[in-house]
Design a protein around this ligand. Structure first.
Ligand code: ATP
Ligand code: MG
Length: 420
């Protein structure tokens, strides 16, 4: 213990568990890399105004959860609470939409910060992998993203997740629905805050988690009954493409993303083993966002998957990831000459790509073998003065316990061939 602890709502990733997080990030990224998405990295902080406009003033993320601060130079910045606004800002700034073919497809991975009430699955620092396809209105793109997220989760071994799907309409049909919903909400028994929300952003009221609110929403008008023909056709095609890919989903007519620039396709991945923090990922189409942050009209679609909650979901299902062994060979030198000889062998093995480690600090055989065991290595290579005088080292199979003398000059090739 030191004087300091990780800040409230955060936790450290430590070995061996941290390997799971790397594997989850990798598993989510692999299908994207394989589908034409290029990697993008943006700063951990941005102008506060980008999020105010790009996420929305009236959202919880901006109004309550943002880590905003002023620099010594008087610039107002915020730690990024999500990825989409930054990615779009960067793409516009670099003119990616002008120099390349549309859509510009990008993926990212990183840390995000929200000042939330910490609980299991809800942290102040968390990690997401996300994907954005910028500048095209094509139902195949919406379908592609949903299919790739499904593929990522399945490759990881997750089974008990569900995909919820809805359409939020567009600037033709949503305003009509919005007005109808507002009329309905005005007639309910709601607290002042919620009534105010109903005036500013009525769709968000549908997302209210409170039982007292939910039980009044049974007869609320549904967007699906208000969709214009273009939105209906678009949504139907997304559904058909996902179905044809054998990806199961559920229509959820009350699923909303409460931001004005979200249009048409919206979806969420939920896992049933996570209690109330059940969303492992979410996304949708955001045709209006580019214009909201001063860019041209660029219809786009994207998602972000939470790495922390995906790891919790894997644990809830009891899925053990097949992680590569951290160490395959562990060298145990007994004496100074053996140290020089085995250190050189370890270096050689590493250059060949074999994961190898070494017993550092003058340890006795017993302590060193304990470390060899702990390292998970398949083989230990032990050498003392007498072995070296005979031109050999001892190769110990840590699984069978079998020990064989192998020539010093042969040991690297022998290990390479045994490890395949
Ligand atoms: P929730 O409804 O649970 O607050 P959200 O709608 O705020 O989620 P998004 O902004 O869509 O979440 O972020 C995408 C994903 O990032 C979520 O599905 C979740 O897996 C993860 N995520 C969001 N906030 C947190 C957090 N505070 N801690 C851990 N993971 C988070
Ligand atoms: Mg949230």
């Amino acid at each position: 213990m030191s004087t300091f602890q990780a800040p409230k709502g955060t936790y450290d990733l430590l070995p061996p568990d941290s390997a799971k997080y790397l594997a989850v990030r990798e598993a989510i990224a692999a299908p994207l890399r394989n589908s034409g998405y290029g990697y993008i990295e943006t700063p951990g902080f941005e102008s506060v105004e980008l999020f105010a406009r790009g996420v929305g003033e009236s959202t919880d993320i901006v109004s309550k959860e943002m880590y905003a601060f002023e620099t010594k130079g008087g610039t107002k910045l915020a730690l990024r609470p999500e990825g989409t606004a930054s990615v779009l800002r960067a793409a516009l700034e670099a003119n990616l939409h002008k120099v390349g073919n549309l859509p510009v497809k990008l993926w990212y991975s990183g840390s995000y910060y929200r000042y939330e009430r910490p609980q299991k699955g809800r942290y102040r620092h968390f990690s997401q992998v996300g994907a954005e396809a910028i500048g095209a209105e094509d139902p195949a793109l919406d379908a592609e993203l949903i299919i790739l997220a499904d593929q990522a989760y399945r490759t990881l071994g997750l089974r008990n997740f569900r995909i919820l799907l809805n359409s939020l309409g567009d600037k033709e049909c949503r305003p009509v629905y919005r007005a109808a919903l507002q009329d309905f909400l005005r007639g309910l028994d709601l607290d002042e805050d919620t009534l105010r929300r109903a005036e500013i952003n009525p769709l968000r009221v549908l997302d209210d988690k409170r039982e007292s609110v939910q039980k009044q929403l049974g007869d609320a008008p549904l967007l699906r009954d208000y969709l214009c023909d273009a939105c209906k056709a678009y949504h139907e095609e997304v559904r058909e493409l996902i179905t044809a890919a054998s990806v199961a989903f559920e229509d959820d007519p009350k699923l909303v993303r409460g931001l004005d620039y979200y249009t048409r396709t919206t979806f969420e991945f939920v896992h049933d083993g996570l209690g109330s923090q059940s969303a492992v990922g979410g996304g949708g189409r955001y045709d209006g966002l580019s214009e909201m942050i001063g860019g041209p009209a660029l219809p786009s679609v994207g998602w972000a998957l939470g790495v922390d909650r995906t790891v919790l979901a894997l644990e809830a299902e009891g899925v053990e990831l097949e992680l590569p062994a951290a160490t395959s060979v562990y060298a145990v030198p007994l004496g100074d000459e053996a140290r020089r000889v085995l250190f050189a062998k370890v270096t050689e093995l590493r250059k060949l790509g074999v994961a190898a480690d070494f017993s550092y600090g003058a340890k006795g055989l017993k302590g060193a073998m304990k470390n060899a065991n702990r390292s998970g290595a398949r083989y230990a290579v032990v050498a003392g003065e007498r072995d070296l005088a005979e031109g050999v080292v001892q190769l110990k199979d840590m699984v069978s316990g079998e020990q064989t003398a192998i020539g010093v000059n042969e040991i690297v090739a022998e290990l390479e061939s045994r490890l395949g």
